[in-house]
Design a protein around this ligand. Structure first.
Ligand code: ADP
Ligand code: MG
Length: 256
């Protein structure tokens, strides 16, 4: 089987400071990979390099595109990569305001993504938007409201709808439940788990919260100081961690 994403020797330096270094892995269709580690371990740097938001210092990111098969994403033009971000990729930011257009209605936020991939029929776009609002548990009567009128959890659910409506092949998520109250996190996590299962999503989820990966991720990568220190099936890594750092992480000695 062709991997959906293939990362080789990926490193990102910020001057002399390590962002992430020598990362290697393959992600297969339908897999969810969790990336965990304490703050500053390089999770966001790695995610942003893979998603085309940051230029890696060295390495390769190959992606199995819908239209042209396996492509070196770093060799693509800016325009090609932007197209990929609208079609095959989705990116859920920790803060909904970074992933939403706050001055556009909820329905507009979802519909805009459909229009970006060529949808033109207004009635179809609106009915698809309503379907997706419902999927993320936002009442259809809120469709014309702006996200600024929504609670934090609702904004995050809207961001997820906006990202999934185009049926992306790969979803990147950076701390999707971070920055929310604990009770709101639980509901969002439950929703994400159902979406991952029902849609068979392929996703890479960065989080410092082991409960998130326990529920969502098939596989785990543990990062420390920019390095991947452990890599394996989620249950294996969490139940029988091999690396001393992972053992600390799992035993909650580390406050991450
Ligand atoms: P995480 O997401 O795990 O908290 P980051 O990827 O944000 O970690 O950061 C990894 C390392 O890179 C940290 O040492 C951080 O200080 C550094 N770093 C991140 N972004 C920048 C930047 N724009 N300029 C310089 N150093 C950065
Ligand atoms: Mg981060």
């Amino acid at each position: 089987m062709t991997p959906l994403l293939s990362v080789r020797n990926l490193s990102k330096m910020y001057g002399s400071r390590i962002g992430c270094t020598d990362v290697n892995f393959d992600l297969y269709p339908g897999e969810v990979l969790g990336i965990v580690g304490e703050s500053g371990s390089g999770k966001s740097t790695l995610l942003n390099c893979m998603a085309g938001h940051l230029e890696p210092t060295t390495g390769q990111v190959m992606f199995d595109t819908r239209t042209d098969g396996l492509q070196d994403t770093l060799a693509m033009s800016e325009a090609q990569r932007r197209m990929l971000s609208r079609t095959d990729w989705a990116f859920v930011h920790q803060h909904a305001r970074d992933g939403l257009r706050m001055s556009v209605s909820a329905g507009g936020n979802v519909g805009e993504r459909l229009m970006a991939v060529g949808a033109r029929n207004y009635a179809d776009i609106r009915s698809n938007a309503i379907t997706w609002l419902d999927r993320v548990e936002i009442n259809a009567d809120r469709i014309d409201d702006r996200p600024s009128a929504f609670s934090g959890g609702m904004q995050q659910r809207l961001q997820i709808a906006r990202n999934l409506v185009t049926n992306p092949r790969l979803v990147f998520m950076d701390e999707p439940t971070g920055g929310l109250d604990v009770s709101v996190q639980a509901r969002l996590l439950d929703l994400l788990r159902n979406l991952v299962r029902d849609l068979g999503l392929s996703a890479i989820i960065v989080t410092h919260d082991l409960a998130v990966v326990r529920l969502l991720a098939d596989r785990l990568m543990v990062m420390k100081g920019g390095h991947v220190v452990e890599n394996g099936l989620t249950d294996q890594v969490l139940d029988d961690p091999q690396h001393a750092y992972t053992q600390l992480l799992v035993s909650s000695v580390l406050q991450v």
